[in-house]
Write a protein that binds this ligand. Sequence first.
Ligand SMILES: Cc1c2[nH]c(c1CCC(=O)O)Cc1[nH]c(c(CCC(=O)O)c1C)Cc1[nH]c(c(CCC(=O)O)c1C)Cc1[nH]c(c(C)c1CCC(=O)O)C2
Length: 344
Amino acid sequence: MSKQFNDTILKAYKGEKTDYTPAWFMRQAGRSQKEYRELKEKYSLFEITHQPELCAYVTRLPVEQYGVDAAILYKDIMSPLPSLGVDVEIKKGVGPVIDNPIRTYQDVEKLGMINPKADVPYVLDTIRLLTEEQLSVPLIGFSGAPFTLASYMVEGGPSKNYSKTKALMYSQPDVWFALMDKLADMTIAYVKAQIDAGVSAVQVFDSWVGALSAEDYRYYIKPVMERIFSALQTKDVPLIVFGVGARHLLPEWNDLPVDVIGLDWRTSITEAREMGVTKVLQGNLDPTVLLADWETIETKTKAILDESKQDNKHVFNLGHGVTPDIKPATLKKLTELIQTYSKR
Ligand SMILES: Cc1c2[nH]c(c1CCC(=O)O)Cc1[nH]c(c(CCC(=O)O)c1C)Cc1[nH]c(c(CCC(=O)O)c1C)Cc1[nH]c(c(C)c1CCC(=O)O)C2
């Protein structure tokens, strides 16, 4: 490792004092970067992730360009699904598309299980390459959560209101719980392998679970999330849960055995604290703000950092992912602003 290892973000995730508020950005590796777009002319997302050297390069790009405090492994939440026998393709301009959607008990029974060493050795090789040789900041591993993965598996692709998914959940609870259990087993095995290979923190993306009411979350989802996070407890790998439009679920997430809760931009840090959320918070600048003039970006960023000063239990991020129209220069300037303005 060339530079001294910077573990500020891990301290912040554990609620310890840090010299400044660390930052990284969801979807920091991707289409906003020229180098990435050039690579994508030759390779698909899955082709990149199957080549550890190339995948490590894409993962490192935003760290080198923006100076963020963590890398997030380049792959997709759909990446482990082929190991279960699900044909998934990431279609340009659409998102993940699945030709054999899950609709019956037999469909769930047919799903295989992941054996990370045999099925995704390239993911583990990329992690080792990055953490043993290339990175001077922590690497964040991740998985999709059962509801969010199921939303693609049942709908067959992206969806606005998840009606097929929720209809399955309400009308065939035995099929639903069997599917949740399979996806939980997959998540546990897959994340454990990422931890063994060297990731320092893990984010579980439950991006679309805000579509459920708190009552339904408690019945259909919370037990499986409790099982996942309990199984992933280790002494020193912080666990993060994140979802969009999930303010009504914050009290439920606060009960889970996680270290960190990711906030989208709809709920401020102060509001989350007023709701009784005690975990470390991650977030929550609206990514769209990054399309505005610098003065607006600066004002909004400082306002978030001022709010988090009440307890300093905060890691800066966006409220959702970087979109392709956000300029790399803006992300670099934003990172510098966060790190200097929050200096203590
Ligand atoms: C729901 C979800 C997906 N993927 C992911 C989520 C959860 C986070 C969120 O809520 O956004 C997570 C994800 N996807 C990708 C990463 C890489 C790491 C990073 O954050 O930099 C991560 C963490 C790469 C990707 N995954 C995808 C791309 C863009 C397409 C490409 O470059 O081929 C990237 C860089 C494709 C993808 N994958 C997914 C969608 C909806 C899309 C299409 C939408 C889009 O185009 O942005 C599913």
